[in-house]
Structure formats: structure tokens, C-alpha cells
Design a protein around this ligand. Sequence first.
Ligand code: SAM
Length: 220
Amino acid sequence: QINKRLTKVSEYLNHNKLADIGSDHAYLPIYAIQNGFINKAIAGEVVKGPFLAAQHNTKIYGMTDIIEVKLGDGLEVIDDTIDVITICGMGGPLIAQIIDEGQHKLSHYPDLVLQANIHALPIRQVLQKIGYQIYDEQLIKDKKHIYEIIVAKKGEMQLDETEMKFGPILLKSKTDLFKEKWQRELESLNKIIKQLENHNDHERYHEINQQILHIKGVLK
Ligand code: SAM
């Protein structure tokens, strides 16, 4: 059994071949195969320890012929037989960087299921830039932390500043979890601005204040 966060991610899988980038223990591809969501997978890892853990688990589950564990940086481990890519459990800036640096590997436009621990904005920016459209978005709470899932497919989109920050689909429903996430963000920005009141950094004060007003406007 895998955690709630990865279980939610796997609900978006209905494909032939997955590449799970930053797979760590390969829990996601193993679970997705066990449940028939995919038929084959590549588990990519850039760090030796997690790579060995993924190899070990693939052996234990008798899946060495259907999950290929590869040591490599980001999307360099994929080829054009892959029809969906998952990148999970990282910050938004790192996920965006992996996509940006590997965009030449995406010329066949596999679907993307991306799960950010924090700060998803740069992910939406890079998706728009390289010709992907956001198809679904979801927030999930697991052990108090609120995670964001972004699902993207080939397509054009033009997001405005608010959609980039809050998510075009999440903005439409503004669920209780959405409000909780941004309320928390507001509280931490309020703390920062209190500290800034005693300093002379007017530029930073203004910037934080703009962020606060933006969030308040959306939560209204
Ligand atoms: N995806 C799993 C999950 O969601 O539970 C593991 C998340 S773990 C916090 C992040 C993993 O990504 C680490 O094992 C790390 O080595 C790997 N990683 C970080 N940057 C990477 C990159 N550029 N290419 C491949 N793997 C990377």
C-alpha cells in the first residue's frame, strides 16, 4: 500500500508505458502495475541510493522485465515509447527545471502528471512555454501537508497571472482545501511582513504586501 499522495497521482494513470522520474523506491510504478493502470515503466533516479532501492524493490515484486530502473538525470532516461511521465514529491521549481532541461525529449508529447510539494507556479509557466495545456488539477492533504497535482497534455494555453499562481482549474472551484492552503500562505506572509516593518527594505515590503493583497482578493 502506498500513501494517499501517490495513490491520487496513480488515479490519473491509464496508459501503456510510464516513466516515473525521481522514482526513489519505485513505489509508484509498482503500485500502478499491480493495479493495471499501466503495463510497463521506466523508473528514473539521479542518485545512487534511491536507484538501488528502486532496483531492489523491482526484484522483490518480480517486475524486472516490466520496470526498467535507470540511473540518469531527469528526462534523459526516457524515449518516445513513453506515453505518460510522473514527477512527484519535489518542489515546483525542481519539477519545472527537469521539464525545461528535458523538453527535447518531449517531442512526442507524453501526458504529464506532476505533483509539487510547494510552489507550483514555475511548473505552469514551463508547461505553457513548451506547448502543454493543463487538463486537471487537484489538491490533496496527507498528514497535514497540502500537495498539488497538475495533469497536462499537448495543447495551447494562455494563463493570466492569477491562473499561473493559483491554478486555472483550482481557481474555478475554490474548495475548502484550496482556501486552507492559501489561508496558511497568508498567515506566513503576514509573519514575514511584521518582521519587515522594523526594517528599511521597502521594496521587499511592497512585494510581500502585493502578494497578500493578491491572495486576499482571490479568497474573497
Ligand atoms: N517520487 C517519489 C515520491 O513522490 O515519493 C520520491 C520523491 S523524493 C523526495 C525525490 C527523488 O527525486 C529523490 O529520490 C531524488 O534523488 C530524485 N531526483 C531529484 N532530482 C532528480 C533528477 N534531476 N532526476 C532524477 N531524479 C531526481
